[in-house]
Design a protein around this ligand. Structure first.
Ligand code: UDP
Length: 453
């Protein structure tokens, strides 16, 4: 029997990075390609305990491996800059050892390394070992293009050599690209000065590693980001990768999904539910949490709200649960892709992580944008300014999204027929790209053929 092509997949250790690379891995497995999926030990264990046994036959064909990131505890991982530091220091060696071990003992040797573009070292290790490689970007192409423009930004005095903006201004690379303020550039709006500089230098380094790959894949589509793809034709769109929607499994999740809310959704009127979720990182202050809680309570509409267990320690006022029990549901972690494709959902209050944004627009769901950090501000600009399928929530002078603001924007978005119609049109366009013969679909086929060649 001929040995199968064997791809080692290395995601960045965060939920929003693991899910789309798991999606891509499942597609490759279906094509008869062997997959070794490398996680940090912590994420490997989380994923294992989150997926019910026997949940999925395709998933069981993926070979998961957990390697140490060299950190003692989850607390240590949460410290700013700590996690990315460890990913840089300890993991490259471990991945190299793993490649040596597999290629020294197994008949199906690793023929390709497919790594998240934000961990360029995995691509460097592959190059050192003489293995073919592909980079994968789980964020927008526009975000990558901003990264590619760093030297231009330095030359034109927009930022200094450390990535710090010299003055506050809005950057828009072309009229059909999203806008971003210099103070919201991805490396500027994370952590303290040291973390920012560290992330900036890492981005510059990763861009160098990306140049040495045969493929730079992006979880996006021409229909969504044509301007970005014409500015950087080396970025190949293969998305949105939402196949699990159809196959119905929950691969790659770090927490068990509360599936009972799907039954609850079935009982709600069509187009009525406000879905509220902020991805895997976002944390609220207690007072901000209460403003949102009040807005949902007073909106008098059905809502489904994801509150991660850590946050649910924030107390609900007496009587809240009883008052909203008929029309409100709070869950710890939802089957989000299934929710956003459910006909009862009317709009999504979202932090605008790229995966959430893709999942929303692919289903024609209008977005009420509440970005926090990283690339979320850029994604918000896509939603509100470029595709015009959502509205932005505006903070008051103390940076708070008030109950009044949230309620009034919910009202506004649900009454905006033109916006909703644009959201439905965008959904159709995206489907063309991923259907047989569409651009994303063709690119994915070419990539698969390359792996098999
Ligand atoms: N997600 C989920 N259940 C939840 C919340 C989020 O399955 O209750 C998934 C969501 O569908 C998306 C990912 O987690 O695929 C979050 O990625 P995103 O880029 O939106 O945000 P991040 O967590 O990276 O900030």
């Amino acid at each position: 029997m001929m040995a199968r092509p064997h791809v080692m997949v290395v995601p960045y250790p965060a939920q929003g990075h693991v899910i789309p690379l798991m999606e891509l891995s499942l597609i490759l497995v279906k094509e008869g390609i062997k997959i070794t999926f490398v996680n940090t030990k912590e994420n490997h264990d989380r994923m294992k305990s989150a997926v019910p046994c026997g949940d999925d036959s395709l998933l069981s064909q993926i070979c998961p491996v957990g390697i140490s990131d060299g950190m003692e505890s989850s607390e240590e991982r949460k410290r700013p800059g700590k996690s990315s530091g460890a990913v840089l220091k300890v993991m490259p060696e471990k991945v190299e050892e793993l490649i040596e071990c597999i290629n020294g003992s197994e008949s199906e040797k690793i023929t390709c390394v497919l790594a998240d573009q934000s961990i360029g070292w995995a691509l460097d290790v592959a190059e050192k070992k003489g293995i073919r490689r592909a980079a994968f970007c789980p964020a927008s192409a526009a975000q990558l293009v901003l990264g590619f423009s760093i030297s231009k930004f330095i030359d034109t005095g927009i930022i200094d050599n450390d990535g710090t903006p010299l003055e506050k201004q809005v950057i828009q690379l072309s009229p059909t690209m999203p806008r971003v303020s210099t103070e919201k550039l991805v490396w500027v709006c994370v952590g303290n000065k040291t973390t920012q500089s560290h992330i900036f230098q890492l981005m510059v380094k990763n861009i160098e590693s990306m140049k040495k790959t045969e493929w730079l894949l992006c979880n996006s589509s021409h229909e969504l980001e044509s301007a970005a793809f014409s500015m950087a034709p080396e970025i190949i769109p293969i998305g949105p990768l939402l196949s699990c929607n159809q196959l119905g499994h929950s691969a790659g999740n770090f927490w068990p999904q509360d599936l009972t809310c799907l039954k609850w959704l079935d009982q709600q009127p069509p187009n009525s539910v406000i879905y509220v979720a902020f991805g895997s990182f976002t944390k609220f202050s207690p007072s901000q949490f209460q403003e949102l809680r009040l807005a949902l309570e007073l909106s008098n509409r059905p809502f489904l709200w994801v509150v991660q267990p850590e946050e649910s320690k924030i107390a609900y006022p007496e009587g809240f649960v009883e008052r909203v029990v008929e029309r409100g549901r709070v869950v710890g972690w939802s089957p989000q892709k299934k929710i956003l494709s459910h006909s009862s959902v009317a709009c999504f209050i979202s932090h605008c992580g790229w995966n959430s944004t893709l999942e929303s627009v692919s289903n024609g769901i209008p977005v009420l944008c509440w970005p926090y950090f990283a690339d979320q501000f850029l994604n918000k600009s896509y939603v509100c300014d470029v595709w015009k399928v959502g509205l932005g929530l505006e903070p008051n002078e103390s940076g708070m999204m008030t109950e009044g603001e949230i309620r009034s924007k919910i009202q506004q978005i649900l009454n905006d027929e033109e916006l909703k119609s644009r959201a439905r049109d965008l959904k159709k366009k995206i489907q063309i790209g991923t259907a047989q013969g569409g651009l994303s679909n063709k690119n994915l086929d070419s990539f698969i053929n390359w792996i098999k060649s």
